[in-house]
Write a protein that binds this ligand. Structure first.
Ligand code: 4NP
Length: 159
């Protein structure tokens, strides 16, 4: 199972999702079976480490954010089984980039995997970049709930 998390800049939300999912997968003993990466729809922050505010908020919860920002590339639609967008804008951009209909079907909103919010109208993980520090904790709450749901689905599919 290969999963790519995608946001706009690849410095706040998608590295957070990557770090949280990596921790959950490790704790579940599934390291070797799930490949996780993240990327941005934009190239604005390519090469930069995760935003220090996102990294600090994650570290307070025992999650290390790693890697350098990169932009989504056409090969991602072949190399990953699931491409998870953080918000509706990322979803639209990814749909527009998908090279063929089958690739388009790999693109979903991350929060579709949170059973508690699956019926909610708004499934966005809000962009914390221009807001206050509370926004980074909100991202962690939303991402953690969705990643737990995602892990449950992966486990169920293996059973
Ligand atoms: P991210 O947050 O998409 O969660 O990484 C953002 C990072 C940078 C910008 C916007 C959102 N920006 O405008 O540079």
């Amino acid at each position: 199972m290969r999963i790519l998390f995608v946001c706009l800049g690849n410095i706040c939300r998608s590295p957070t999702a990557e770090g949280v999912m990596a921790r959950l997968v490790r704790d579940a003993g599934l390291d070797g079976e799930v490949v996780i990466d993240s990327a941005g729809t934009s190239g604005w922050h390519v090469g930069e480490p995760p935003d220090p505010r996102a990294a600090a908020a994650a570290r307070r919860r025992g999650t290390e954010l790693t890697g350098a920002a990169r932009q989504v590339r056409p090969e991602d639609f072949h190399e990953f089984d699931l491409i998870l967008a953080m918000d509706g804008s990322n979803l639209r951009d990814l749909h527009a980039m998908a090279p063929h209909p089958q690739a388009r079907e790999k693109v979903r909103l991350l929060r579709e995997f949170d059973p508690a919010s699956a019926d909610a109208g708004d499934l966005d993980v809000p962009d914390p970049y221009y807001g206050g520090p509370r926004g980074f904790d909100d991202v962690l709450d939303l991402v953690e709930a969705a990643c737990r749901g995602l892990l449950d689905e992966i486990r169920a599919a293996r059973a």
